[in-house]
Design a binder for this molecule. Structure first.
Ligand code: ADP
Ligand code: ZN
Length: 721
C-alpha cells in the first residue's frame, strides 16, 4: 500500500502530498514519522491507495506510526478549510491537535508503579527503611514509585529494586482540569417555551437554528436538553462559548449534569491537561467537547448537535492563519454529520439575524425571562449635566444613590467599564505628545498598582516617566478612567464596601476568572468592577444593580460595527441585573443620551435596532450586504514590506480593473496602527459586492509573501486597526 502524507513543516514550498510505502498499522488519519531529506519528521496520512503514482520501487517507507490522531471527518474538514482559506495543509491540520502534542512535546502521562514481585529478598537487620518498604509492598502489592520514595526514602527503594523486590510498570494518568467543579445536578423540567423551542429545532429541516432569547430566557437549559438527547442517541456534542466569559462556570454546570462525559478545551489549561482532554474525546471516553473557538475542531465522531452560545461574540473569529469564522466551520461540521447547529444570543449579529429573517436559518424567539421577571429598570444618567454641576467623579448622582440603596439592602452591584488600567493614556501637557509603545504604534496605559506603563497591544511594561521623552516637560497628565481608578474612587465613596476588580490584569494565571467570579458568587464582595469580561454569561442572583460607566465608548470607534457592538455590550450587561426574585436596576451613564443605539438598548428593543441597522448597512453597502476584504502586508523592515506591497497591490489591481462593477472600494494604504510588535503594517483594503472574486484575491495576495514579509487576508475583520 502507498500512503499519501502531509509532512508537518509549515513552509508553503512543501505544501503538497508526499508518497511513502505504508507499513503495518498505517491508516487514513494516522500520525506517522517519515524520512524527509536528511531528517525524520511528523506527517499525517491523508489517504491510502493500492499503487503509487511514481512506481513503488522508488518510495521510502514510513518509519513508524505514532497514533491515529485524525478522524475521517477531520481529514474531510481540513481539505475544505485549506481550500476555503488558501492555507497550507500542514498548517490547517494543526488546528485539529493540541499544539503541544506535535513533535512529541506532550504525550500521555504515565507514572511508574512499583509492583511487588514476591521474589525472596534478603534485607540486612539494620536497614529499617528497606524492611518497612518491603513490608508495605507485600501488603499493598502496588504503589506509585514516587510515593514509595517519599514514604521510605529513595535509597531504600533503589536498593529494593536492585534486589528484585518489585518490578516497575507504567500506568496511564489522566490530568483532568477542574476535577472538583460541579457537584451533581439533574435536568430541570422545561417550561412550555423551552419545550416548544426544542421541538421546533428537532423537527425543522434547516441545519442552522438561531435562538434569539433575552438574557435569562433559559437558552442554556435548551442547549443542555439538546446535548442530553444527542448523548442518549449514542452521539456526541460540541458546545462553544466565548473565549473570555464563562468557560469555568459553564463547565461546572456541564460537569454537574454530564459528569466526566464532558471534556474541556481551553487555552488556560496546562499542556498535559489539554492533551488528556483531547485524548478522552478522541477515544470516546468523553463525548461533549466544551470550549472556546478552537473546540470547534474537537476530535469527536458522530456529532449529534453543535451549540454556539453568544454567537455574536468577537472571539469566534480567528486572528491567526487560517483566519476562519467559527460559525462557518461549525456549519461544515453540522452538514457533514447531518446534525443541527444552534446559534444562541440575546443580541444576534446583524448578519446572522438577517439570514434567520430571510429563512435561511430557523428562528426561535424567546422574548420572556423564565421567572417572568421584568427586565431591569433603566435609569439614564446624562453625564454632561453631571459635569455642569461640577461632578467630575466617574459616578453620577443617580448611580451613587442606587449603589448606596443596593448595598444597604444587602444586595450586590456590578460596575462595568470599557477599559482597564488606571488611566487611558499619558499626555505631555507642554508638547501634547501622547506616550506610545516603542514597538507598537499605540498609546501606553498607566497602571497605578505597579506604578508603570503598559502596552495593551504587546504587553510590554515601561517604567513610569517623570518627564516627556520628547520635550522634557514635567507636566504629564492622565486622560480617561480605568478600572483601577474606579476602584480607588469607589473606596473613597463607600469605605466599608468590599470591592473586587476583574480585568485582564487581575485574571492572569490559571483559572483566574473562576476564582474572582466564585468569590463574588459566594458574596465575599459587594461590588464587582470590571471590563467586558463581566458582561455576559454569569448568573448572580443577588445582583440588583448594574452601572455602565461609559456607555458611549465604543460608539466612537470608526468601524461600521460600532453601533452593533455598543448594542451587544449594553444589553447583556444590563441582563446581569435582577436575575432572581428582586427587580433589578441599571444605571447607564452617557454623554450622548439622544443616541439612537443607546435608546434601542435602553428599551431592549432588538427588533428596532435591527431594522435601523439593516437599512443603514444596505444603504451604505456594508456587510452583510458587501464584504470587506483586507490584505495585510507586514514585516520588520519597512522597505521589504513595501517591496511586497507593490506586487500585491498591482496583482489585485488587475482583478479590480477586470471587474470594477464588483468593487465598492479598492485602495492601498498604511494601516491605522502602522506598527505592532516591531512589524510595519500595510494594507490593501477592498469592499466587494459578492464573494465570487474571493478565491482569486486570496490566491494572488498570498502568492507574494516572502520569508521576511507576511501576507494574509482578512474577511470583515473585527477591527480595522
Ligand atoms: P439564558 O442562557 O437565556 O440567559 P439561563 O439559561 O441562564 O438563561 O436561565 C435563566 C435562569 O432561569 C437561570 O437561573 C436558570 O437556572 C433558570 N432556568 C432555566 N430554565 C429553567 C426551568 N425550566 N425551570 C426553572 N428554572 C429555569
Ligand atoms: Zn507594544
Amino acid at each position: 500500500m502507498t500512503a499519501e502524507v502531509i509532512v508537518d513543516i509549515a513552509h508553503s514550498e512543501v505544501d503538497k502530498i508526499f508518497e511513502y510505502r505504508a507499513i503495518e498499522g498505517v491508516e487514513e488519519g494516522s500520525r506517522v514519522r517519515v524520512p524527509f531529506g536528511k531528517m525524520t519528521v511528523d506527517g499525517y496520512v491523508m489517504r491510502l491507495k493500492e499503487k503509487s503514482d511514481f512506481g513503488d520501487g522508488r518510495l521510502k517507507s514510513v518509519t513508524s506510526v505514532i497514533d491515529r490522531a485524525l478522524t475521517r471527518e477531520c481529514l474531510e474538514l481540513a481539505k475544505k478549510i485549506a481550500a476555503r482559506y488558501h492555507c497550507p495543509m500542514a498548517l490547517t491540520l494543526r488546528l485539529f491537535l493540541p499544539a503541544e502534542m506535535r513533535r512529541g512535546a506532550v504525550r500521555e502521562l504515565f507514572k511508574n508503579v512499583a509492583v511487588y514481585s514476591g521474589a525472596p529478598v534478603a534485607v540486612r537487620a539494620n536497614a529499617k527503611a528497606q524492611a518497612a518498604a518491603l513490608e508495605f509492598l507485600r501488603e499493598q502489592k502496588r504503589c506509585g514509585y514516587t510515593e514509595l520514595c517519599e514514604k521510605f526514602g529513595a535509597a531504600a527503594v533503589r536498593a529494593l529494586a536492585e534486589k528484585g523486590a518489585f518490578t516497575v510498570e507504567k500506568e496511564r494518568v489522566s490530568r483532568t482540569p477542574m476535577r472538583d467543579a460541579g457537584g451533581e445536578a439533574a435536568a430541570r423540567t422545561l417550561t412550555q417555551a423551552q419545550r416548544g423551542a426544542v421541538e421546533r429545532i428537532k423537527s425543522s429541516a434547516k441545519t442552522v437554528q438561531l435562538i434569539h432569547g433575552v438574557t435569562g430566557s433559559g437558552k442554556t437549559e435548551i442547549y443542555l436538553t439538546l446535548i442530553a438527547e444527542a448523548l442518549k442517541e449514542g452521539k456526541t456534542a460540541v458546545f462553544l462559548v466565548p473565549e473570555i466569559s464563562l468557560t469555568p462556570q459553564m463547565f461546572s454546570q456541564l460537569r454537574a449534569r454530564f459528569g466526566s462525559a464532558a471534556a474541556i478545551m481551553h487555552s488556560g489549561l496546562s499542556a498535559g491537561e489539554k492533551f488528556d482532554e483531547w485524548h478522552r474525546l478522541r477515544t470516546g471516553e468523553a463525548r461533549i467537547a466544551i470550549g472556546a473557538r478552537s473546540a470547534v475542531f474537537a476530535p469527536v465522531e458522530n456529532v449529534g448537535v453543535i451549540v454556539i452560545d453568544e454567537e455574536h461574540d468577537g472571539s469566534y473569529a480567528s486572528e491567526t492563519n487560517p483566519r476562519y469564522d467559527t460559525r462557518e466551520i461549525a456549519k461544515m461540521r453540522a452538514e457533514y454529520n447531518g446534525c443541527k447547529l444552534i446559534l444562541g444570543s440575546a443580541t444576534p449579529s446583524v448578519e446572522t439575524y438577517l439570514k434567520a429573517t430571510e429563512g435561511e436559518y430557523g428562528l426561535i424567539e424567546l422574548p420572556e425571562r423564565i421567572n417572568k421577571n421584568p427586565l431591569p429598570e433603566m435609569i439614564v444618567a446624562d453625564m454632561r449635566r453631571e459635569v455642569r454641576r461640577g461632578n467630575n467623579s466617574p459616578f453620577s448622582a443617580a448611580l451613587r444613590e442606587e449603589l448606596e440603596n443596593c448595598l444597604e439592602s444587602g444586595n450586590q452591584a456590578i460596575l462595568f467599564l470599557n477599559r482597564r488600567g488606571f488611566a487611558q493614556s499619558v499626555v505631555c501637557r507642554e508638547c501634547g505628545k501622547v506616550i506610545k509603545c516603542e514597538r507598537c504604534d499605540v498609546s501606553l496605559t498607566y497602571h497605578s498598582e505597579e506604578n508603570c506603563l503598559k502596552c495593551h497591544m504587546c504587553g510590554a511594561t515601561y517604567k513610569m516617566l517623570s518627564a516627556c521623552p520628547e520635550c522634557g516637560g514635567v507636566h504629564l497628565s492622565y486622560t480617561g478612567t480605568g478600572t483601577q481608578k474606579v476602584v480607588g474612587e469607589l473606596k473613597k465613596l463607600l469605605p466599608s464596601a468590599r470591592i473586587l476588580r476583574m480585568d485582564v490584569d487581575t485574571t492572569s494565571g490559571k483559572e483566574g476568572h473562576y476564582k474572582i467570579l466564585k468569590k463574588f458568587a459566594d458574596h465575599e464582595a459587594d461590588i464587582l468592577v470590571g471590563t467586558q469580561m463581566i458582561a455576559k454569561g454569569h448568573d448572580f442572583p443577588s445582583v440588583t444593580l448594574v452601572g455602565i460607566l461609559d456607555a458611549d465608548m465604543s460608539l466612537h470607534f470608526s468601524d461600521y460595527r460600532s453601533g452593533e457592538r455598543t448594542f451587544q455590550l449594553v444589553t447583556p450587561v444590563s441582563g446581569r441585573s435582577g436575575r432572581a426574585k428582586e427587580k433589578g436596576k441599571v444605571v447607564l451613564q452617557t454623554y450622548d443620551p439622544e443616541n439612537y443605539i443607546l435608546r434601542f438598548a435602553m428599551h431592549y428593543d432588538y427588533a428596532a435596532f435591527f431594522k435601523h441597522e439593516v437599512s443603514l448597512r444596505k444603504a451604505t453597502a456594508f456587510p452583510p450586504f458587501a464584504k470587506i476584504v483586507r490584505v495585510m502586508v507586514t514585516g520588520e523592515e519597512e522597505s521589504k514590506a513595501l517591496e511586497v506591497l507593490k506586487p500585491v497591490y498591482f496583482s489585485l489591481k488587475e482583478v479590480y480593473d477586470a471587474h470594477p462593477q464588483d468593487f465598492l472600494f479598492f485602495n492601498k494604504m498604511k494601516s491605522p496602527v502602522k506598527k505592532i510588535q516591531d512589524k510595519f503594517r500595510y494594507q490593501v483594503l477592498m469592499r466587494i459586492r459578492n464573494e465570487r472574486l474571493l478565491p482569486e484575491i486570496y490566491e494572488r495576495a498570498l502568492r507574494e509573501k516572502t520569508r521576511d514579509v507576511l501576507v494574509y487576508v482578512e474577511e470583515n475583520p473585527a477591527n480595522l486597526s
